[in-house]
Design a protein around this ligand. Structure first.
Ligand SMILES: Nc1ccn([C@@H]2O[C@H](COP(=O)(O)OP(=O)(O)OP(=O)(O)O)[C@@H](O)[C@H]2O)c(=O)n1
Ligand SMILES: C[C@](O)(CO)[C@H](O)COP(=O)(O)O
Length: 230
């Protein structure tokens, strides 16, 4: 199977709060974005990647790709939008493969096994996502900070990326979502809104999304753990 990869990388990382956007922070010697890209570049089923970047960072991203020897014939760069959803849609316009994976630039710990398993699922379904069972008790909290209710944990999963799709379905889902004014925090939500099934593949808790400052500390620890000789 031949797949393209859309990497939304146009966020400003407000919750991380660093002067440079979190996708460019150093993770044990290389920028997060480069670490994420390498996983996909090295996967045999990936034929093309498109990065959606912020307009102020387009030049510096291109320089970064050249500095780290990223093959530009395989990696395109396009401008992202206001929200993650807009950035993914923009990058999808540059993608022509039948199958597409969407993956956050700030999840550098995705593995080849996870990518392969998601693509394997696309032999029987048109949408599949990585997720892990939630570990905490989840409560819905009312605006006044009183607990509204406690959710039944047994069926709750925290969804990650990559998320894998038949490209035509994902494009249609984004377009219908836009028409209906849906604000989606992941791509599968848009497919779900069409009433289409989405398969869940069990992921790994270390496939962290770097969001807040303590995530960088965890990320360094995970990187070091993975780099230790076995
Ligand atoms: N307009 C946007 C917003 C987000 N993203 C990307 O979507 C991924 C996940 O989003 P998130 O963690 O929310 O990143 P930020 O929007 O940068 O973070 P924050 O919400 O804290 O500002 C990141 O790779 C981010 O760069 C994007 O491409 N375009
Ligand atoms: C797509 C995602 O990574 C799945 O967990 C997540 O929803 C992105 O959310 P964010 O609000 O853009 O961080």
């Amino acid at each position: 199977m031949n797949a393209g990869v859309v990497i939304p990388a146009a966020g400003k990382g407000k919750r991380m709060g660093t002067p440079i956007s979190k996708q460019f922070l150093d993770l044990c010697g290389e920028p997060v974005l480069i670490r994420t890209l390498r996983v996909f570049l090295d996967h045999p089923a990936v034929s093309r990647l498109v990065l959606a970047v912020h307009q102020d960072e387009e030049r510096s991203v291109c320089q970064l790709l050249d500095k780290y020897g990223v093959p530009r014939e395989k990696v395109g760069v396009t401008l992202g939008g206001e929200e993650r959803q807009d950035s993914v849609y923009q990058a999808l316009q540059e993608m022509a493969t039948e199958w597409v994976l969407v993956h956050d630039a700030v999840r550098p710990f995705v593995t080849h096994e996870q990518i392969s398993e998601l693509l394997n699922q696309l032999k029987s379904v048109d949408a599949a996502v990585l997720a892990v069972p939630v570990k905490d008790t989840i409560k819905e909290v009312a605006p006044g900070m009183d607990v509204a209710r406690t959710l039944e944990r047994s069926g709750l999963w925290a969804v990650q990326t990559p998320q894998a799709f038949r490209r035509s379905l994902l494009v249609q889902a984004h377009e219908e979502g836009k028409r209906k004014g849906l604000a989606a925090t992941d791509d599968a939500m848009l497919v779900e809104a069409m009433g289409m099934p989405v398969r869940v593949v069990k992921g790994d808790y270390s496939n962290l999304k770097l969001t807040t400052p303590e995530d960088m500390v965890l990320a360094e620890a995970i990187w070091k753990m993975r780099s230790r000789p076995r």
